[in-house]
Design a protein around this ligand. Structure first.
Ligand SMILES: NC(=O)c1ccc[n+]([C@@H]2O[C@H](COP(=O)([O-])OP(=O)(O)OC[C@H]3O[C@@H](n4cnc5c(N)ncnc54)[C@H](O)[C@@H]3O)[C@@H](O)[C@H]2O)c1
Length: 341
């Protein structure tokens, strides 16, 4: 596999806390050649940590793409800027690694999908929760048949505080300032639960019912979402996701015809526990401690961008499908009806 040259577009909080540390553990496989951010201070933070010369730091990502011609770009901009950046990559034949959600509105996602198909570029969404070690271990157990036929998936992910974004320091930033309505718990947090739900159930989502709540001032959208997903095989997924209530809760469960698996993220109990249909509980071994899942996710993406694997970890059709579920969840919350996919 040849060494890949990549750049980063958007140098905010997730790049500082998640992407860059993961890339720095993969330096033998890929070289960071440039970064772009409209904010000088963010260029200083990420450029300094990555030890990049000034000439490799850009305010305008279009200039960077034209000058450096990287193999792919890691796009970690605010949601409403995803479409423009992906289209710029398609125009220059640059591969794309895109942060979730694909975009805010379904029409933008469809436009991205068309450009990616027509541009023929290498493209993958960053579905990093699949490669969080607890999920990797639990997914391997479920797909190996340990719980029998999965019937019920329950996912709870509620953070006490919101994820503000680096550009505006402690303020809610673009997540509040944006005029679009659909910036909130569904597309910020439940996005991950939706692709995980399909992976655990091994069956597509066909219908969505949701309710949302906004208990924090100064936000554009909802901070709490309760979503019920119906799968093609008759199974159900129940998601509670969001932030901004005085509680930290994160626990996932998969129940099937032959047993249950519970995932814990508090470091206190077994990270992944298996209970068989007679009630006996044992621990499933979890390898590694990659809290964000970016190491595993980026390694898979490098294999794909370098040509060692033909299949993207999460191609644009997968992203489009998750976006349809998200769109249905917003429409369900607004209409008080369940919505078919
Ligand atoms: N996969 C995950 O687990 C995960 C976790 C958090 C965030 N994210 C996603 O990552 C993306 C970024 O989130 P964040 O929390 O890092 O936000 P952030 O606000 O901290 O970072 C965004 C960066 O983009 C820069 N920017 C804004 N407009 C720009 C432009 N026109 N050109 C260049 N740079 C520009 C800002 O200056 C800022 O540094 C979001 O889409 C979010 O959903 C994913």
């Amino acid at each position: 596999v040849r060494e890949l040259r990549y750049c980063i577009i958007g140098c905010g909080m997730i790049v500082e806390e998640g992407h860059l540390p993961a890339w720095q553990r993969l330096t033998d496989q890929a070289t960071l050649v440039g970064i772009a951010d409209r904010s000088e201070s963010r260029l200083d933070v990420i450029g300094g940590r990555a030890n990049l010369p000034r000439a490799a730091r850009f305010n305008d990502y279009r200039h960077m793409l034209a000058e450096l011609k990287p193999d792919f770009a890691d796009i970690a901009l605010p949601h409403h800027l995803h479409q423009e950046a992906v289209l710029a990559c398609c125009e220059t034949g640059t591969g794309v690694l895109l942060e979730k959600p694909v975009a805010i509105e379904l029409a933008e996602v469809q436009c991205i999908a068309q450009a990616v198909r027509e541009g023929g570029i290498r493209f993958s969404m960053i579905h990093n929760y699949r490669t969080i070690p607890q999920h990797q271990a639990a997914l391997a157990a479920v797909t190996a048949g340990k719980v029998g036929q999965p019937q019920l998936v329950c996912m709870e992910a509620i953070w006490s505080s919101g994820w503000a974004g680096a550009a505006d320091s402690c303020a809610a930033g673009w997540r509040a300032a944006t005029h679009q309505k659909r910036v909130g718990a569904i597309n910020e947090y439940a996005y991950h639960n939706i692709y995980l739900a399909e992976a655990y159930m091994m069956s597509r989502i066909v219908r969505v019912t949701s309710k949302t709540l906004r208990t924090c001032d100064g936000l554009a959208g909802e901070n709490i979402a309760a979503i019920v997903l119906e799968h093609e095989n008759g199974g159900l997924t129940i998601i509670q996701a969001g932030y901004g209530i005085a509680k930290f809760a994160r626990r996932d469960e998969v129940h099937g015809s032959g047993g249950s698996i519970g995932l814990c993220f508090d470091g206190q109990r077994p990270a992944v526990a298996y209970t068989d249909d007679e009630g006996r509980t044992s621990e499933i071994v979890v390898e590694g401690a990659d809290g964000w899942g970016f190491d595993g996710c980026f390694a898979q993406i490098l294999a794909y961008c370098g040509g060692a694997s033909e299949k993207a970890p999460a191609d644009i059709e997968v992203g489009l499908h998750v976006s349809r579920v998200i769109d249905a969840a917003y429409r369900s919350a607004a209409s008080h009806q369940s919505v078919a996919i």
